[in-house]
Ligand binder design. Structure first.
Ligand SMILES: [Mn+2]
Length: 365
């Protein structure tokens, strides 16, 4: 991102807070649908968030549904004695996931503890923030990689919104939170590179979505997948008045297939502090003859969680000047020159949290 605009002008208008009439009507409709559905767990995840806010019904339903689902699964396994390799009989998931909701209500005013989020969205996940569609083979295996430090407050909101969206998108995915150890200067792109390597150590991912922790999509048709060209997903952020700040903007959320990522030698490791690394990635992509794929500006709407600038992530005045050099630096600065060490890996129900030492300098500008 360039050094001009950083106005945090957020406009948070809750659509439906409390037991207003439209909320109740929605709830009645939802209950009717629920009682006629065979696969209850799934329908919980199709519920728009405007209904989930401000009442207990959501968690009550999930509590009632989960034991039911486990019981039926166990029963059928016991009776039929299926071999463990049942996935071969499943067909591919459809190109367009059938249960997307479109525009979503997103707000960050509600208090959400991690325990609350685990209860609300964790029951359908496997340990480590993993999900795989039970009834079809996902189109892509996707590692969701988030660069992180000291943003636990954002993490809760992000997980609360993202997991149900990714589930509805029928991805075979896992969420990796890559936490920069120590108090050195932050380096978003190097953390993303680290996440790429760590993710590939445990699964054969074919697609990588790189996201900031403070960006939540406002439309679940914005697919967290890979496309024919590297994809920029965060095209209409509220912080930029739902527009691209400039044409070559590639910040916030993006996706690259393994091939696309390797073609550009991954991301730069040398952009310490805030700004510029996404522009370098953009340059890399163009230098390798690829173009940028984007959703339209309605599908690509995002809400950013309002925040102060982080400590030890000041704008680095050296970064903009480096952008004219990408063509010459990209072959030696990237995934082929990445050095880091893993300090700790924690597997929560909602995420895989990897703390890494990326040899950060302690310079301030
Ligand atoms: Mn931000």
């Amino acid at each position: 991102e360039r050094f001009t605009a950083d106005g945090n002008t957020l406009n948070l208008v809750p659509l439906c807070k409390g037991p207003t009439l439209p909320c109740r009507l929605h709830m009645v409709c939802f209950l009717v649908v629920l009682f006629y559905s065979k696969d209850g767990t799934f329908f919980v995840f199709t519920m728009p968030y405007r209904m989930a806010n401000g009442n207990n019904t959501y968690s009550q339903l999930i509590k009632e549904l989960v034991p039911l689902e486990t019981k039926t699964q166990n029963a059928s396994l016991g009776e039929t004695r299926m071999p463990p390799n049942t996935s071969k009989t499943l067909g591919p998931c459809p190109d367009t996931p059938p249960n997307l909701l479109g525009p979503l209500h997103v707000e960050f005013n509600s208090n959400r503890t991690l325990d609350y989020v685990r209860k609300e969205v964790g029951s359908i996940l496997q340990e480590g923030g993993r999900y795989k569609p039970p009834d079809c083979i996902a189109q892509q295996k996707v590692a969701i990689i988030v660069a992180f430090r000291n943003r636990h407050e954002h993490l809760k909101h992000w997980l609360y919104y993202l997991h149900p969206i990714l589930v509805r998108q029928q991805l075979d995915y896992r969420v990796y939170i890559i936490n920069q150890d120590g108090e050195g200067v932050f380096n978003r792109a190097k953390l993303m590179n680290t996440g790429y390597v760590e993710a590939l150590k445990e699964y054969d991912y074919e697609c990588f979505v790189f996201s900031d922790i403070d960006l939540v999509p406002m439309n679940d048709r914005n697919l967290y997948r890979c496309f024919d060209n590297p994809r920029h997903l965060a095209v209409a952020m509220d912080k930029f008045n739902f527009h691209l700040p400039y044409n070559g903007y590639f910040g916030g959320v993006s996706s690259l297939s393994k091939d696309q990522y390797l073609k550009i030698n991954g991301f730069p490791n040398s952009f310490w502090g805030w700004g510029g690394e996404d522009d370098d990635i953009y340059n890399r992509i163009l230098n390798r003859g690829m173009s940028i794929s984007r959703p339209d500006s309605v599908t690509g709407k995002y809400r950013m969680i309002k925040h102060e600038r982080d400590l030890h992530n000041e704008p680095n005045p050296n970064n903009p000047g480096k952008l004219s050099q990408t063509r010459w630096t990209m072959d030696k600065d990237g995934i082929n020159s990445l050095k880091y060490s893993v300090k700790d890996i924690v597997r929560d129900r909602l995420y895989t949290f990897i703390t890494v030492d990326i040899e950060a300098p302690s310079i301030t500008w």
